[in-house]
Design a protein. Structure first.
Lengths: 255, 255
């Protein structure tokens, strides 16, 4: 082991993006924001981007005016004071409903994410009665952003597309990495031994989720900052994807 | 709103602590480590400390040699190749067992945390057959550390005592804030409106968990760094505690 002091990490918010519209070049908007902040992207930087702006750029949205709610959506929406068209979209985006009670709908999305409302969101959606969906393939979204940033800047960055998810047992939302490119989402220490030589057998760290959480701290209290760059993080030298963060159903004790 | 650029956050690992022993002055060890790194603690810094060193300094440990396992502990340990004395300690630390299957024991601790093995840990425990327990009262631990740091440095820091917890549905561990002092663990945006004036109704962010996750990124791949200082985080001007992060059972859909 080297005796060099461990590096300091820095988290740089990327502010000042305009309202993102379908077809926008999100990589260009993010690189412009970094340039305005005096930040030249460097190899190894990890760019964390909010799912919502990725979805907006990709046009992953649906106008509620064109949605005809099913009877199930109408009944549940009526019972809990929801918009039945929004509930219909949530049901369509779901592979399975885990809980549907007390006005809360926890779903497993088509991708395999377990979250409230299947990730369908009406706030800050860019228009009245527009629902923003999760990206169709968040790993592909992350990979395309990474490619576009490399073309613009010449450097290889890690990219994480992140969203805020609730958790059982604990209050409040934290960030989850949905799509990952250019970095390993899991740090697997299972081959390692602790300082006393005892195997550290259940130690796999979800570093991509931790990176997404770290980036969220830079968003500030007004939450108008959709991305941040983390510099100084040194993870495993392996690329991976966000699907690695999904626990297989057969290994999940709570599904 | 000000037009000042949003601040950059920095995460400073605190390395080089000796093996922590019962009765050690952990605040002194952490302040010494910061000094060696050239870091003068400043008001508003958030110090995140691994639960394990807090427990070690507090003597929250038990020698397995003195533990007589119950029949339930012996049966389950035998079935899954565990140490029956360790299983016995886990059962004693638990208020309730949520899952006990496939060799995995998910418990609600006396404090109300839901985690594997009720937080009882044999790795890096500082001795053969020593189990480290969670601190008796992590909020008190955080508060005492905060007081001791103030006495040493004259500055008010936030303090988080953190541990790595698994989650349902997702692979890998992330950090959870067990004890909190000198900062608000939740950022409540429910009174806020989004940029289109629509209420952001389910938006409460578990910032203390996100801070703990951010600090974990500074631990490096060898995991020998038990604490980090986060600088530049600006949260709500309110003190809180780690108990706020525990979802009441009646509001929990997965218990």
């Amino acid at each position: 082991m080297s005796n060099a002091p461990p590096p300091v990490l820095t988290i740089h918010p990327l502010a000042g993006l305009p309202e993102v519209l379908p077809g926008d070049d999100l990589a260009a908007l993010l690189c412009d924001s970094a340039a305005r902040a005096g930040l030249a992207l460097a190899a190894g930087d990890v760019l964390v981007v909010a799912q919502k702006v990725v979805s907006k750029a990709e046009g992953a949205r649906i106008a509620l005016a064109g949605v005809t709610p099913s009877q199930r959506a109408r009944e549940w929406a009526g019972q809990w004071g929801k918009d039945p068209r929004q509930v219909e979209v949530v049901l369509r985006e779901s592979k399975r409903i885990l809980r549907m009670e007390r006005g809360i709908l926890i779903a497993e999305t088509r991708h395999g994410f377990v979250c409230a409302n299947a990730g369908v969101d009406l706030s800050n959606s860019g228009g009245e009665d527009i629902a923003i969906l999760l990206p169709e393939d968040p790993d592909r979204s992350a990979g395309l952003l990474r490619d576009a940033i490399r073309r613009r800047t010449g450097v290889d960055t890690g990219v994480i597309v992140a969203d805020s998810f609730g958790r059982p047992w604990r209050q409040g939302l934290t960030q989850a990495a949905l799509g990952v490119a250019g970095l390993a989402p899991l740090l697997d220490l299972r081959g390692e031994r602790d300082t006393e030589g005892r195997p550290m057998h259940v130690t796999v760290i979800a570093v991509a989720d931790e990176l997404a959480c770290a980036a969220d701290l830079a968003c500030g209290k007004t939450r108008r900052i959709p991305a941040a760059v983390i510099r100084g993080y040194s993870g495993p030298a392996r690329d991976g994807n966000g699907r690695e963060l999904l626990r297989p159903e057969k290994e999940d004790l709570f599904r």
